[in-house]
Design a protein around this ligand. Structure first.
Ligand code: TA6
Length: 302
């Protein structure tokens, strides 16, 4: 059972037929959003969108059947938030992977129902042990808009007296019918760091996945399109405030080392992550703000 009072959340923020708070897996509080165009679920733990399903469509996001829902652990799937660092960039190796935002409880700021779009704003408070992990105070807000498209806006404000550099990600896990029948368009000709061999390379044509893949595409603002011939659909991933795109699939060799992912689940997922990673860090002067945005929608593969 979480320490969050579900009844109080519903009293303050629920909207009949559109927004309700429940105890989710592992007793973690989640908000369930339903409107005429889609449903979505967001865990307050990590402000992590775990499901997004347009009406009449297959789920758009992947969540592992073995995902763990516990305080301090990231949920394997959906859209984890990497903040204020991506992977372990620029921090000591004993710091948590992908920062701390995805393993902290967020608070609800406001809910805005609507006929076409339902929006919820969440905040991560700079308290508890965070100052020990990151000495520069900040404000961090996530706005999630659910409708014909799914839009996430992650806004960081540097409220410290000194400039800081951050790297960040909306680390989206997409559900696909068969990874062998997927092509990712939009990054042709783009330079990338291949994390498997440490080499810098140039993407030639669409990305296809036939083995473990872990790449940071640099200096790109491109919209990516995941073409899934098994599910006969395209997932369009647009972005703002992002200079890098990460493409990751653990393949079986890495999946078997992940306790929160079944060995064969690599076949039904691919991460196309809206990020600022590697060379593309974000400089925040005192009082400065930055917003990282991903906008996702699905089209039929005509
Ligand atoms: O975004 C790709 C990546 O950095 C991979 O190297 C892999 O570590 C993945 O993130 C998942 O990281 P996690 O800490 O969630 O297991």
């Amino acid at each position: 059972m979480s320490t969050v009072d579900i009844a109080q959340l519903n009293t303050r923020f629920s909207v009949a037929g559109q927004v309700q708070f429940v105890d989710g897996p592992g007793g973690l509080p989640v908000v369930q959003i339903t409107n005429q165009y889609a449903t979505a679920t967001i865990a307050l733990h990590g402000a992590q969108v775990t499901t997004y399903q347009p009406t009449g469509q297959e789920p758009v996001l992947f969540v592992s059947k073995q995902a763990m829902y516990q305080v301090g652990k990231a949920i394997r799937g959906g859209i984890p938030i990497s903040f204020p660092w991506f992977a372990k960039e620029g921090v000591e190796q004993d710091k948590p992977m992908h920062g701390f935002a995805r393993v902290r409880m967020w608070h609800v700021v406001q809910v805005t129902p609507g006929a076409d779009t339902t929006t919820i704003e969440l905040e991560l408070r700079y308290d508890g042990d965070l100052p020990k992990l990151w000495s520069a105070p900040f404000e961090l807000n996530l706005t999630v808009s659910v409708g014909r498209e799914l839009r996430l806006d992650l806004t960081a404000r540097n409220t410290s007296g000194q400039a800081v550099s951050i790297t960040d990600a909306l680390h989206t896990y997409f559900f696909v019918g068969d990874i062998a029948k997927v092509a990712i368009h939009g990054l042709d000709g783009t330079r990338y760091s291949d994390k498997l061999d440490g080499q810098e390379k140039i993407q030639e044509g669409p990305i296809t996945i036939a083995r473990r893949t872990d790449r940071i595409y640099h200096d790109t603002i491109a919209t990516c399109v995941i073409e899934d011939t098994a599910l006969k659909r395209r997932i369009v991933v647009a972005k703002e405030g992002s200079r890098s795109t990460v493409v990751w699939n653990p393949w079986v060799e890495n999946a078997r080392n992940l306790a929160d992912m079944a060995d064969d689940e690599y076949q039904q997922m691919v991460c196309v992550e809206t990020t600022n990673a590697g060379f593309d860090s974000v400089y925040l002067p005192p009082g400065g703000t930055h917003t990282l945005t991903t906008i996702i929608h699905v089209e039929p593969l005509s």
